[in-house]
Ligand binder design. Structure first.
Ligand SMILES: [Zn+2]
Length: 194
């Protein structure tokens, strides 16, 4: 069975090397919509693939890009210094911040988060089937397992500025993920409302 969860963020970027003059030479923004598709061979004790509440780290990751500048790590030093000097929320990333680049990075990070999460409510084998990133209302990029060869980066190549990290609910979660420290979820007590 497949489920889909929608996340949103308002992000700023420049997409260097693209064909559109507007996009490659101007800082501008979009209202992004990110669809995450998960599947499982079995339902948990609540008859769910997974309770959305347990996907909080995926939300934390994607919302890290909200009201942030997505800075491609291949930018020139002078430009990087300017961005860091005048912006608090900066995500420095190993992909150009096109919808395709975001989709590759979100797929990679979401899979790492899922691998690192201990589910304790009888969930089955939860798999990430796809991540879809909509940059506008008319187009999206979708990444699935077959695109793995394009993910030539690691979590260490994604850097969130202190201005982003200080707004996270769990301040240590990102470092824990990079250190492979599992996210534990509580055992769910079976109960009826009477
Ligand atoms: Zn754009």
């Amino acid at each position: 069975m497949k489920i889909r969860k929608l996340f949103k963020f308002e992000g700023a970027h420049i997409v260097r090397n693209c064909s559109s003059e507007h996009c490659k030479y101007n800082i501008h923004g979009h209202s992004y919509q990110v669809e995450v598709f998960l599947s499982s061979n079995k339902l948990d004790k609540g008859y769910m693939v997974v309770d959305f509440i347990l996907l909080d780290k995926i939300k934390e990751f994607i919302v890290g890009f909200d009201h942030s500048y997505s800075l491609w790590d291949k930018e020139e030093k002078e430009f990087k210094d300017f961005i860091y000097k005048y912006n608090k929320r900066v995500a420095e990333i190993p992909v150009s911040p096109s919808a395709e680049g975001y989709a590759l990075m979100f797929f990679y990070a979401t899979e790492k988060i899922l691998e690192n999460t201990r589910f304790k409510n009888g969930e089955g084998e939860i798999k990430l089937s796809a991540v879809r990133v909509h940059e506008t209302a008319t187009g999206y990029a979708e990444v699935s397992e077959e695109d793995r060869h394009m993910m030539d980066f690691t979590l260490d190549d994604i850097r969130f500025s202190p201005g982003i990290q200080e707004e996270w609910k769990d301040l240590g979660w990102w470092q824990n993920l990079k250190d492979d420290k599992p996210f534990e979820n509580p055992e769910v007590e079976l109960n009826l409302p009477y």
